[in-house]
Design a protein. Structure first.
Length: 308
């Protein structure tokens, strides 16, 4: 398998659409590795910038550390040479370092660093957290700014100087002022990733801010549509983007917004609707109600065959 140097990995993931595969569970909520491998293999047939195994859409928060390593290893083993696999790390600093070591054992090419678990922290504490994780690995690291870990432009500039293997910044906040300041300060030093729920809704305006790629959960069940949408965004085909938003993305988000946690649940429902069932979500998430699954299925059925 190809091993990407951090700078190379940063360029690679910034060059195309990113996908966060769901994690497959059986009815008893155990990991269904065979089904997961089939899914990752199918996604890797498309031209993507990288796959983030056991990420937010992959229910990282519900997996044990041992399961995380198993999921990442299955993804790394099921993709062709040249498809980057990024693994998750999170919780406290010590646990994040252990997860980074697990990522290396599993054959990952990089790491997505989630916010620390539960506790709030100031910018100094967040900087020390990231620095400790980056020092613990030679893999490229992407920081995920959201919830209790929102990084300022000053903090990111410090980290870019002190951590050569910090390669990316994933924005899960949606603050245009902050994103503008970060890009103006750091330029091309980092790869910028759109990470808001259903990132397609923000993709075109964020492109103007230097965010060249984003994480598409929709890619799990509508890969052709997701790639067509990304292509229209990158080529600034505004009318086509608006049409795809109106025809599918915005009605999809209306279902997603009905309950907290549906940003993940609706993706698994999309898998069911397209004949690639991935099993239920784990608690504390809940699956879509039957009538909501019917709505989503009808919405997908209304798409042109070429994009569905």
């Amino acid at each position: 398998m190809t091993s990407f140097a951090p700078a190379e990995l940063g360029r690679r993931i910034g060059s195309g659409l990113l996908s966060f595969p769901v994690t497959h569970f059986r009815d008893d909520l155990s990991f269904d590795e065979d089904a997961y491998r089939e899914h990752v293999t199918r996604l890797a047939e498309y031209d993507v910038g990288g796959l983030f195994a056991a990420g937010g859409t992959g229910e990282f928060f519900s997996l044990t550390p041992a399961e995380v390593e198993r999921v990442v290893a299955a993804a790394a083993d099921s993709t062709p040479d040249g498809t980057p696999i990024l693994a998750p790390a999170g919780y406290g600093t010590a646990t994040a370092i252990e997860l980074v070591a697990a990522a290396e054992r599993a054959g990952a090419d990089g790491v997505l660093l989630f916010p620390p678990y539960l506790t709030e922290a100031g910018q100094e504490g967040l900087a020390r957290h990231v620095e400790a994780v980056c020092r613990a690995t030679s893999l490229g690291v992407v920081v995920y700014s959201r919830a209790n870990a929102v990084y300022s432009a000053d903090t990111l500039a410090r980290l870019a100087d002190s951590c050569p293997n910090l390669i990316g910044y994933k924005d899960g906040v949606g603050d245009i002022d902050t994103m503008t300041r970060i890009h103006a300060r750091l330029g091309e030093r980092l790869t910028y990733i759109g990470g808001l729920p259903t990132a397609e809704t923000f993709a075109l305006p964020y492109l103007q801010l230097g965010v060249t790629t984003y994480s598409s959960a929709i890619f799990n069940f509508l890969p052709a549509f997701a790639l067509d949408f990304h292509g229209a965004v990158r080529e600034r085909r505004h009318a086509e983007v608006t049409r795809m938003l109106t025809d599918f993305v915005l009605p999809y988000t209306e279902i997603r917004n009905r309950q907290a946690g549906y940003a993940v649940s609706i993706v698994k429902a999309g898998m069911t609707a397209t004949g690639h069932g991935a099993g239920p979500v784990r608690p504390p998430l809940t699956d879509l109600a039957p009538q909501e699954l019917d709505e989503l299925t009808a919405l997908i059925a209304g798409l042109p065959a070429a994009t569905a």
